[in-house]
Design a protein. Structure first.
Length: 204
């Protein structure tokens, strides 16, 4: 089912239409509020920009909203796992840039195309020791999936470092893929593969 709804919408589920918080729930944490407020800002931006902005302009607006909420440095570090400390800083920096660009190129179009027909419901959120889990259910075209966001408190700002979809983690999924490429082609081979994927995504 996850593949049918596709990773793009699910990863950026922050773009979905509604996020009702039921009165009987415990008070929403700061991490939960980060997710909820970002949902609303993205929804309003896409709705207000309909037929007014070119796709590229809207994508830049969405990036300015979404990027601060995701910690791509931490996400990249976790995706590389044991390879991170072995990699020179300049290559790590290039990897972070390529990886975040790839996610954006693949998924921003899906946000633009699907924001009006999807819904996210906050189910539960909790925070302890500087980390938080925000659990949601996303519904789209008659299908639904559980999506959990893992966040860290960074000087008072909650930022997402992993997304778990139906018990499949984005970080662990990419760690497996990237590890296989590094084993076969080295870290330079991984960078080349990411450049190739970015070029292909940009050409669509």
């Amino acid at each position: 089912m996850v593949r049918k709804i596709y990773w793009g919408i699910l990863f950026f589920a922050l773009s979905f239409t509604n996020c009702p918080v039921h009165a009987e729930k415990q008070p929403v944490t700061a991490a939960g509020k980060t997710v909820i407020s970002t949902v609303e800002i993205v929804r309003q931006t896409v709705t207000a920009s309909a037929n007014k902005l070119a796709a590229a302009e809207l994508d830049e607006k969405l990036k300015s909203i979404i990027y601060p909420v995701f910690n791509f440095d931490e996400m990249s570090k976790r995706c590389l796992g044991a390879y991170w400390p072995k990699t020179p800083p300049e290559k790590r920096q290039e990897f972070v840039s390529l990886f975040s660009d790839l996610l954006a190129r693949n998924y921003l179009k899906k946000i633009r195309d699907n924001v009006a027909k999807s819904e996210v419901t906050l189910v539960e959120d909790s925070a302890q020791g500087g980390k938080a889990m925000v659990r949601t259910i996303v519904s789209s075209e008659g299908q639904s999936a559980a999506i959990d966001y893992r966040l860290r408190d960074e000087n008072g700002a909650w930022r997402i470092y992993d997304v778990v979809i139906e018990n499949i983690g984005l970080v662990s999924n990419y760690r497996s893929e990237f590890g296989g490429i590094i084993e076969r082609s080295g870290f330079d081979g991984l960078l080349a593969k990411l450049r190739e994927k970015n070029a292909a995504a940009g050409a669509k």
